[in-house]
Design a protein around this ligand. Structure first.
Ligand SMILES: Cc1cc2nc3c(=O)[nH]c(=O)nc-3n(C[C@H](O)[C@H](O)[C@H](O)COP(=O)(O)OP(=O)(O)OC[C@H]3O[C@@H](n4cnc5c(N)ncnc54)[C@H](O)[C@@H]3O)c2cc1C
Length: 348
């Protein structure tokens, strides 16, 4: 029996590959939901808005191949060469032209469609929620994985960001110190970001010939984009706010976002249906404080993660372990391919 820790994209996809080969497994997930850093929420207007992963490009070929295999559609992010820009929250709003960029895509119906589609391929009894792994004990022929319960298995795949397992899971015997040091200094992509989304009954920005794109280096909103659904029948704006706003209360943060939106788009911005936000640094199953400053993507894809440990009983996955596009959804798909293939090879 294999055990996969984490039901994010990399863990679920590994399960999908193992199931295709008839290899039995269970997935342990700490949260009460699957998807990890992918989380589409719908709200009272049933408009899909992304609190986590959203965009990909034509370079993300592993993800695109998976979407094609699962017959999931995707569409181009609605954009324009004119964007609104505010150099500080007291400066005037300017309309500026930006050079045309390669289009980024979104998954039709929301990124969670990818997660739901993988779930449909798996048996629900193989995915156990509310199971936070606290320790892993390796013996000669078996591995014990301990949550509030004890699971005895043959092999374990850690499909969670390296910083999380290196600081939260106790290993017996201890893992090599070099591996722990590198894992603790491995940046988890977007772990400290704050995503916001507002849904509307009308795309009022279109009436003013605006794309919905807005940038500000200071914030509160630093990046904002049109976030209508692919049929353009549901209307939303979605983006990021400055991470330092995590220190405000929910009410103060929300007030500052709405004030800036009114400054940028006028009074109609206040007529929203839903306000959604996710402060990822409050998500204990994603965020882990670092001992020192880590630059974005630091140690992502480090070769040390491609080794197996405890005599081929412990394998490292997650997007941050991937040799290609680590930190992104494409990296999670790549990591799942690589680790599933290693397991399949050990079964031959
Ligand atoms: C705000 C935000 C925006 C993003 N935007 C984009 C984007 O536009 N494009 C893009 O390509 N990528 C984006 N990403 C990154 C993308 O979400 C990730 O690369 C991808 O989802 C990682 O998948 P994963 O399975 O490797 O890890 P995760 O999604 O982190 O999954 C790990 C899982 O393990 C679980 N877990 C953690 N600890 C334990 C434990 N001790 N025991 C059991 N389970 C545990 C977690 O709950 C989680 O479900 C974004 C991420 C965020 C947060």
């Amino acid at each position: 029996m294999m055990l996969i820790i984490g039901a994010g994209l990399s863990g679920l996809l590994t399960g999908y590959f193992l199931k295709k080969e008839g290899i039995p497994f269970k997935i342990l997930e700490a949260r009460e939901r699957v998807g990890g850093r992918i989380n589409t929420v719908y709200g009272i207007s049933n408009t899909p808005v992304e609190m986590g992963a959203t965009w990909f490009t034509n370079q993300h070929k592993h993800l695109i191949a998976l979407l094609n295999e699962l017959e999931l559609n995707y569409f181009d992010q609605h954009t324009d060469s004119s964007v609104l820009f505010q150099s500080s929250n007291t400066s005037p709003i300017q309309s500026i032209k930006i050079p045309s960029q390669q289009p980024s895509h979104r998954i039709a119906g929301g990124t969670s469609h990818l997660i739901e589609s993988l779930l449909q391929k798996l048996d629900s009894k193989d995915i156990l929620l509310n199971q936070s792994v606290k320790s892993i004990k390796c013996y000669e022929n078996t591995v014990q994985v301990i949550t509030n319960e004890v699971f005895e298995v043959h092999k374990v795949i850690m499909a969670i960001p390296p910083k999380l397992w290196s600081k939260r899971i106790v290993f017996e015997p201890a893992l090599p110190q070099q591996l722990i040091d590198i894992a603790q200094q491995t940046h988890t992509w977007m772990e400290d970001s704050i995503k916001i989304a507002l849904t509307y009954s009308l795309p009022f920005w279109e009436g003013e010939n605006l794309s919905g794109t807005f940038y500000s280096p200071t914030g509160p909103i630093t990046e904002l984009y049109d976030h209508c659904n692919h049929q353009r029948t549901k209307y939303a704006l979605c983006g990021f706010i400055n991470s330092s706003f995590k220190n405000l209360s929910y009410a103060d943060r929300r007030r500052s976002v709405i004030k800036q939106l009114k400054d940028v788009f006028g009074n109609q911005a206040e007529e929203f249906i839903d306000y959604n936000e996710c402060v990822w640094s409050e998500e204990e199953n994603t965020f882990q404080p670092s001992d020192e400053f880590l630059y974005p993507h630091q140690n992502n894809g480090n070769l040390i993660f491609s080794n197996s440990y405890f005599d081929d009983k412990l394998f490292i996955s997650s997007s941050e372990s991937a040799a290609e596009f680590p930190g992104y959804m494409d990296g999670a798909v790549y990591a799942a391919h690589v680790v599933a293939q290693k397991i399949i090879n050990t079964q031959l």
